[in-house]
Design a protein around this ligand. Structure first.
Ligand code: BV8
Length: 232
């Protein structure tokens, strides 16, 4: 089976996870050295933890913002942005909160799980960008703690964001899943919408995942290498 090439498709959806940013030096979540193997998400990445000890959660996020702030998008991010420029109907649907797609030139990135670089006040119902490392005041002018605009475990995803993702997946002629373990829901099930719609389906990962069975092409190896090969 010859590897599908981007030039033969028009409505491409890139569905990305932490494995894409691994080559930029950002630790993934699972596996050796993964974030969740060092930090218990019940202590650092859920609403209960935030209400229990917001300073502790912000200390954790400042560490991540500091680490991600020092990283650069890699060749994989750049190929995706390049393909989107050449094929304007291309959509980027990511579980990553690191903002590297946009820094690589990606447009209208659909961030399913939010962003490290946005904060919100749930009392004032305001969301704003904040790229300061480390974070300035952790409180809103109303006195309430600012909450990172990240979707934590147990949080519902933003319906508007999910609707944008579904719209892109429904009209896709190629779906490329890149560097995701496919274990977190509802995100892990989204590529199935494009597969059901008859799109050619590709999974790029170092190894098999629990959702590999849904993909026609299972390309094993580093994301940046396979993305470059498909961009020939
Ligand atoms: C919700 C932001 C309604 C946080 C994240 C159905 C069944 C079971 C459980 C559930 C279910 N529905 C809901 C749940 C509960 C839960 C869930 O899925 N739990 C899992 C753990 C079983 N889901 C939720 O809570 C979601 N909300 O459903 O609300 C609800 C509420 C309550 C109860 C029911 C329903 C919200 C989930 C969002 C959580 N937030 N991130 C933060 O960043 O701090 S999830 C986080 O992990 C990521 O965003 C991503 O989504 C997810 C998975 O990470 P990956 O990106 O895939 O990274 P990972 O490290 O796992 O894997 C990396 C992969 O890359 C590996 O496969 C590796 O081989 C590969 N790789 C590595 N290097 C490379 C590479 N590949 C290529 N090249 C390389 N160089």
């Amino acid at each position: 089976m010859t590897t599908p090439l981007f030039r033969n498709f028009e409505r491409i959806v890139f569905f990305t996870g932490a494995g894409l940013s691994a080559e930029s030096g950002i630790p993934t979540f699972r596996g050796k050295g993964g974030v969740w193997s060092q930090y218990d998400y019940k202590e650092y990445a859920c609403q209960e933890a935030f209400e229990r000890d917001p300073e502790k959660v912000w200390d954790f996020l400042d560490v991540r913002r500091g680490a991600v702030g020092k990283c650069e998008p890699n060749a994989g991010h750049r190929v995706i942005a390049e393909v989107q420029k050449a094929k304007p109907a291309t959509a980027i649907v990511t579980q990553n909160v690191d903002g590297l797609h946009a820094r690589a030139g990606g447009r209208d990135v659909i961030e399913l799980h939010g962003s490290l670089w946005r904060v919100r006040c749930d009392r004032e119902r305001v969301v704003r960008k904040d790229a300061s490392v480390s974070m300035g005041s952790r409180k809103c002018s109303c006195g309430e703690y600012l909450r990172p605009d990240i979707v934590w475990f147990g949080d519902m995803l933003d319906e508007r964001v999910v609707r944008r993702a579904i719209k892109a997946l429904e009209s896709a002629d190629l779906i490329v899943s890149v560097g995701t373990s496919g274990v977190v829901y509802p995100a892990a099930d989204l590529p199935r919408i494009a597969v059901r719609g008859g799109a050619t389906s590709v999974e790029i990962n170092l190894e098999d995942t629990p959702v590999s069975e849904m993909f026609e092409y299972r390309l094993r190896g580093p994301a940046s290498e396979w993305l470059a090969k498909m961009n020939a």
